[in-house]
Design a protein around this ligand. Structure first.
Ligand SMILES: N[C@@H](CCC(=O)N[C@@H](CS)C(=O)NCC(=O)O)C(=O)O
Length: 354
């Protein structure tokens, strides 16, 4: 979109002269007041957390949007933050609403047909890509933020208490269920003592795993592809070892680092392995990554966020440069609900999810 106008001549997939995929930075970057943005960094100024005020625009196909849905689910924010779901297949018009399709919804705020109209509503001169996820403020009628890493942090800590900063004392004494709190449960995905590690893991896995699969799949030179795939499988091998005796990505507790890891692993065997040519090995062949992935799928609330039909339809049918026939492969249909066998490792899911 350029100056608020939809442009049909902008490449769907952008790469530089070396054939390396380039991801644009996002532009709406407000934070909900009270969010813990980093260790020792709580947002003071920003829109206030309130039940019913915020709305998410997502695609069930998108790993970045899935981070926000996963966090919303394990935090029990389903009744606090509403969601609209786009058509998984993205064509020339960009993300579109197609309420007649299974799992898709209408655009509930204005009855729009396209997600780009939401961007134009927020900024009539918007220039940039029209991406999901979007966190929308119904009161101010604008986009709060469209960067998934930031939205997942807001959903994790921004809705725990109103009008008061969340302090470690209140978390530890368990008073987060006080009347001021909006979140249904005491799940804390950015716990004290783990924060620096969570941030390190999120930063470490972004270029090689989360964006790594895209670097492989959207590379337009052999060198760029080779480098991306090498980085990706080196990282997966390393993580497989780490998860042999460590239950979660940042230690013995479920954190935002697992959310970031999860949404890429979930799509791997069905999509990235084939469509993005990340085919050295499927996740199902890893002794520890595969049970780890199954455990995360089986956490209460998470199953409702899993929509492999949207995932497969999106990738195989929205990138004609990568898959010109747009045919969707039948397999391999991994069983995400087979027992995970990780209960003997130290730690476990938060008490409210156990
Ligand atoms: N940095 C963004 C990336 C989001 C993103 O790239 N979403 C994809 C879907 S998986 C999208 O909407 N792409 C549309 C486009 O780039 O035109 C985030 O993490 O939130």
């Amino acid at each position: 979109m350029i100056d608020g106008e939809w442009r049909y001549d902008v490449e769907q997939i952008q790469s530089d002269e070396e054939g390396e995929f380039e991801r644009d930075t996002t532009s709406f970057r407000e934070w909900i007041a009270g969010t813990r943005r980093g260790p020792g960094d709580i947002v003071e100024d920003g829109p206030e957390p309130e039940a019913g005020r915020y709305h998410l625009y997502v695609s069930y196909a998108c790993p970045w949007a899935h981070r926000t849905l996963f966090t919303r689910a394990v935090k029990g924010l389903e009744d606090v933050i509403s969601v609209d779901v786009v058509d998984p297949v993205r064509k020339n018009e960009g993300w579109e609403f197609a309420p007649e399709k299974p799992g898709c919804t209408e655009e509930s705020q204005y009855g729009f047909d396209y997600l780009r109209e939401i961007y134009a509503e927020a900024d009539e001169n918007y220039t940039g890509r029209v991406t999901v996820p979007v966190l929308w403020d119904k009161e101010e009628e604008t986009i709060v933020n469209n960067e998934s890493e930031e939205i997942m942090r807001m959903l994790d800590s921004g809705f725990d208490r109103t009008g008061e900063e969340r302090s470690d004392d209140t978390v530890e004494s368990g008073t987060r269920s006080d009347p001021g709190a909006i979140a249904e449960n005491d799940v804390d995905l950015y716990p004290e003592g783990y924060r620096a590690e969570v941030d390190d893991v999120i930063d470490e896995i972004y270029p090689v795993i989360n964006n790594g699969v895209y670097r492989a799949g959207f590379a337009t030179s052999q060198d760029a592809y080779d480098e991306a795939v090498t980085d990706l499988f080196d990282a997966l091998d390393r993580w497989n070892e780490r998860l042999a005796d460590q239950r979660y990505a940042a230690g013995d507790r479920l954190t935002l680092a697992d959310v970031a890891m999860f949404t890429t692993l979930y799509r791997f065997d069905e999509v990235y392995h084939t469509h993005f040519k990340c085919n050295e090995k499927p996740i199902a062949d890893y002794d520890h990554l595969w049970p780890y992935l199954r455990e995360l799928c089986q956490l209460p609330g998470v199953e409702a966020t899993l929509h492999m039909d949207h995932v497969k339809n999106h990738y195989y049918r929205s990138h004609p440069d990568v898959n010109p026939s747009t045919l969707v492969p039948v397999g391999p249909d991994p069983d995400f609900f087979a027992p995970h066998g990780r209960d003997d490792l130290p730690g476990g899911p938060p008490a409210d999810l156990a």
